[in-house]
Design a protein around this ligand. Sequence first.
Ligand code: GSH
Length: 350
Amino acid sequence: MVFLSFSLDIHTLEMVFTVHAHVSWLAERGKMSLGKRGRAEPSGAPPMELRYFPLLAKGLGPALVLEHSGLPWRGNRDLPFSISSHWAALKPLTPFGQLPLLSVPSVGLEIAQTTAILNYVGRKACTEGATDKAFAINQMLIAEAEDLYGAMNKFLPTVYKRLSTAEVITSKGTREDYDSFWATLLPAKLEKLERLWAGPAGEILFPPSLALKAAGAHPGFMTGELYLWSMLFQLTLVDKEACWPSEPVGDMGMSQFKYESLFSWYAVIEARKCTQDVIEGRSSMGELRQYYQHADSGGVCSEGDERGRWGRDLQAGCRLDLACFIFQSFVLRCTKSYKAKARRLDCKLH
Ligand SMILES: N[C@@H](CCC(=O)N[C@@H](CS)C(=O)NCC(=O)O)C(=O)O
């Protein structure tokens, strides 16, 4: 609420700030004229390709970073890539047998590991932080987003896996662990981010003027910001109130978000068209479905109950794998017996 009312005053304030302030802020932040000034491929080079399961999980961050980069890219929808038709054949060709995978056909590069993908695109698009300070903060945010993901993976159920119970042990914690994630672990992390936003990160993440910030004059976002945002967005989908609690201010019955700076930043990124296109399924990546679920939601295990493995679509992929394996074994046996026969014949002839 505070954020919204604040943005109304902005146009008056905006006049006060000089072009110089804006330009130096752009320089600090990492520039979003991107490909043009960055390390982009020559025009006409084939676009980068991002493949992932049709889920938010670790697909949202790279898709956001690509969409915000302004560089040409193609994702699941336009490649096309689907689990049932392509994953089984692709898996053994990927560096670590996992997705996401970013292919750069112009240089014959296959990049696995989300953080490597983010850093590669950041370097290409000059969104990895232009100064040493911005670069360091960007890396901190990437690492913190990874830590958050690790915690989500441990404590939140998904469309494929439920929490552990007395009867069923999964790789997830129990309901008690789930509750303490929201009550203790996450707030501790959000408080630290809020502190960071008010300090050194804030200097870089926000323009020198509040006016520019609230007027939506952000030219773009660093990769670490977008990756961190992708985790906060997924947490917000699971439990918005727990992520963004309000607290009373003054005696007038007013309230504001507890993590005010963090939330303002979150809301600015959310409002961006590039962001909306990705989360609404309009980007080249197509639809990315919610992966992490509220413990009480009907979405838990709605895609399959693999208790440690991936679900429905992948099972189809695995069945395909098995069929290929049986077929290959058969061919191998035929080849072996043919070779043996040929050897015997060979011996007879000599
Ligand atoms: N550390 C890797 C983890 C990648 C990962 O766990 N990928 C999962 C989906 S999120 C996967 O490919 N699972 C399917 C499989 O292992 O066959 C990263 O950040 O990219």
